[in-house]
Design a protein around this ligand. Structure first.
Ligand code: NAD
Length: 181
């Protein structure tokens, strides 16, 4: 498999890549190496991955930059994409709302478009446990009732959070007529 992982220097991305490299897959990772938390930790994760395998390509780029993202897709030609690049910190998103918008919405849309125009077999996207809202049932399950699932998208006055807006973009990208996966 040729797997492209966005957010490869992050917590989940690095461990995901480590697991896949054990399976001798060709892996490419994308990360903008921002300093929302320790940059040393992110660089150390990449060194850890490189010490594991030489089948790793790392693109230092920002997914909000469409052309650079498309160039990486063109060059690596992934079969599978695991999208984990995001500004995940809640406090960081309050202090840096534009970074949040660029990564979580614009970057996400660019990633969906890259998957559509460079067809991949499957896209996996990490959502947010915030989607489960005040659900008291544990463990959570994807078929649980949730504020996102139950949201009336056709209502005239929705004020979606960035997560629900991203969910909406995914709904469009994943519809039968615009299928990405
Ligand atoms: N860690 C958890 O417990 C958890 C739980 C639920 C959902 N998630 C979701 O999984 C995803 C990954 O989480 P994580 O814990 O690995 O986060 P993380 O912050 O450790 O990793 C995200 C990576 O994405 C990179 N990145 C951010 N914006 C970018 C951009 N514009 N272009 C390129 N790279 C960019 C960052 O530099 C970072 O290395 C997020 O969407 C997060 O919301 C995580």
């Amino acid at each position: 498999m040729r797997v492209l992982i966005t957010g490869i220097a992050g917590f989940i991305g690095a461990h995901c890549a480590h697991k896949l490299l054990s399976g001798k897959h060709d892996i490419a990772g994308i990360d903008n190496f921002n300093n929302d938390y320790s940059l040393k930790l992110k660089n150390d994760r990449i060194q850890w991955l490189k010490s594991k395998s030489d089948k790793l390509t790392v693109y230092h780029l920002d997914i909000s930059e469409n052309q650079k993202l498309f160039d990486a897709f063109n060059e690596f030609k992934p079969n599978y994409v695991i999208h984990l690049a995001a500004q995940a910190g809640v406090r960081y998103s309050i202090e840096n709302p534009h970074a949040c918008l660029d990564s979580n919405l614009k970057g996400f849309l660019n990633t969906l478009e890259a998957c559509r125009t460079h067809p991949v077999k499957h896209l996996i996207y990490a959502f947010s446990n915030s989607a489960y809202g005040t659900n008291n049932k544990t463990p959570y399950a994807t078929n649980d009732s949730s504020p996102i699932k139950d949201f009336d998208w056709d209502a005239h006055n929705p004020s979606p959070s960035s997560s629900s807006a991203a969910w909406r973009i995914l709904n469009i990208g994943g519809s039968p007529t615009h299928r990405v996966a």
